[in-house]
Design a binder for this molecule. Structure first.
Ligand SMILES: Nc1ncnc2c1ncn2[C@@H]1O[C@H](COP(=O)(O)OP(=O)(O)OP(=O)(O)O)[C@@H](O)[C@H]1O
Length: 468
């Protein structure tokens, strides 16, 4: 059985408390994009500018050719529309592809291209070892990649397939309900999944791990956290060969208590680290709104609906039942929203995230299940309907009401991907939630600006400006 991917019920905070103004002066307005061609052009110009700015996480002095990638992978990368590596790709790839293979603990802000770094490593190693036939028959190579949710595993797979389009590397999933119960043997080179299903398939010898050469953990701090998926990930590692496996850990966050364990999990690793103040990207403008109480939070969300649907938006709640309740209420009131959480069955989850990815749904109400890794470029707004708390992270039903700063960073990182603009809005409704937000502000070193809830026009204008 896999552990739940989102939180358990804990009573919501309530009551009305004094509000504290924390507003920051506005920045000068930029000119508006009036049509799609113009705005697409602006995005690529902005990206090119950022990739040329040495302070940006998207900056690189090198080309993909200079990183020594196989011709067939270069074709795949250019086919995806990438022109230059990002900073993490430029720094990590030469280390990851060096011979002999070395472990890696890599940190870079959300939306800066970590996936390509580890996907290109799995594909490159696979090509270098001549993988053109099923792994267990002719090729001495297999790579395993673990992610915390099926949604993220499926997304990583789509990147492997796109980047490996001009290769014959074979792939398979280790996610719930994917392989038939009577499957006997997986003979793919690269297997991507969630830890519970991976353990099950290895234990039943559907996956033979004796040829594993690369083991990747995406969202590694979450995968290693003893309060999260740590035990399961460790069990997978203990089933792998004791030597000859390159261990690759990537995340935007590595809190201190996990960092120590990560260094033991991936011994002698090359490390790429961020400073605390670099943890989130500046292209995400962070706001908060003072709500009177829980009910007022709902009213404000409804008021925001037009803004939520300019691009796409993700609304994060603490509990599954909150996500279901507000989506049912909004739907009954004629709004178009979807809800996604870990209690839904696999097929339904796949359908919901696919529809959202395709832009068929514009507003997704969810839990922490998709707080990490999910990459949907059109998402320009994230709402923390409830702030993330530590008691959800450790599934303990404890009273630990400290804010979960790492999850906050990952949640807001669902917008502002690869240099794009995005906004996040926190709903606070009492002194307790205000203090939790203040703690987040302190720990991330980024200002969160107040938006008035009683003047809808001003509110809309401010938010539209921040999205441009
Ligand atoms: N070199 C590149 N040029 C252009 N786009 C890129 C490049 N590298 C990655 N991207 C795009 O940037 C987006 C974000 O990349 P990715 O999902 O790998 O970020 P990440 O660092 O893994 O983020 P997170 O921490 O949220 O998981 C994706 O849409 C990806 O296709």
């Amino acid at each position: 059985m896999e552990k739940d991917e989102d939180g358990f019920y804990t009573p919501a905070a309530s009551g009305s408390e004094p509000k504290i103004d924390n507003e920051k002066p506005e920045e000068p307005e930029k000119s508006a994009n009036t049509d799609l061609i113009n705005s697409t052009f602006e995005v690529s110009v902005t990206l090119a500018d950022q990739q040329a700015d040495s302070a940006s996480p998207l900056y690189s002095v090198k080309t993909f050719e200079e990183l020594g990638l196989h011709q067939d992978l270069l074709k795949g990368i250019y086919d995806m529309g990438f022109s230059k590596p990002s900073k993490i790709q430029e720094r990590a790839l030469p280390l990851l592809l060096s011979n002999p293979p070395t472990n890696m603990i890599g940190q870079s802000q959300s939306g800066t291209g970590k996936t390509a770094a580890f996907v290109l490593t799995m594909l490159s190693t696979s090509l270098a070892l001549g993988c053109t036939l099923p792994a267990l028959i002719d090729s001495p190579f297999q790579a395993l990649c673990l992610a915390p949710s099926r949604e993220l595993a499926r997304q990583i797979m789509s990147v492997i397939i796109a980047m490996g389009k001009f290769t014959s590397v074979q792939t398979e999933y280790a996610i719930k309900d994917n392989l038939p119960r009577n499957a006997t043997r997986v003979t793919a080179h690269i297997i991507v999944g969630t830890p519970g299903t991976m353990i099950d398939l290895i234990r039943r010898k559907v996956i033979d791990v004796s040829n594993v050469k690369v083991f990747v953990l995406d969202e590694a701090d979450n995968m290693l956290d003893q309060d999260g998926l740590g035990d399961q990930t460790l069990r997978v590692k203990n089933m792998l060969p004791k030597t000859g496996v390159q261990i690759i850990l990537f995340s935007a966050t590595f809190p201190d208590h996990v960092r120590t364990f990560a260094s033991k999990f991936a011994p002698s690793a090359n490390k790429i680290e961020l400073q605390k103040e670099e943890l989130s990207v500046d292209s995400i403008r962070q706001f908060y709104m003072d709500c009177k109480d829980e009910e007022h939070k709902y009213d404000i969300l409804v008021t925001l609906y037009t803004l939520l649907t300019i691009g796409q938006s993700i609304i994060f709640c603490q509990h599954r039942h909150t996500a279901d309740r507000i989506s049912a209420k909004m739907t009954a009131e004629g709004h178009h929203v979807a809800s996604l959480h870990g209690a839904k069955d696999a097929t339904e989850r796949d359908q919901i995230i696919d529809r959202f990815r395709e832009g068929k749904e514009k507003v997704l109400i969810t839990t922490n299940v998709i707080a990490r890794g999910i990459d949907i470029l059109q998402v320009n707004m994230v709402v923390n309907y409830d702030l993330p708390l530590m008691n959800e992270r450790n599934n303990s039903r404890s009273d630990d009401s400290r804010p979960d700063v790492e999850t906050y960073i990952h949640r807001i990182g669902r917008t502002g991907r690869f240099g794009r603009k995005g906004i996040s809005v926190n709903f606070v409704h009492d002194r307790k939630t205000w203090l939790q937000m203040e703690e987040i502000e302190k720990q991330t070193g980024k200002k969160i600006m107040r938006i008035e809830t009683n003047d809808i026009d001003v509110m809309e204008e401010k938010m539209r400006k921040a999205m441009k």
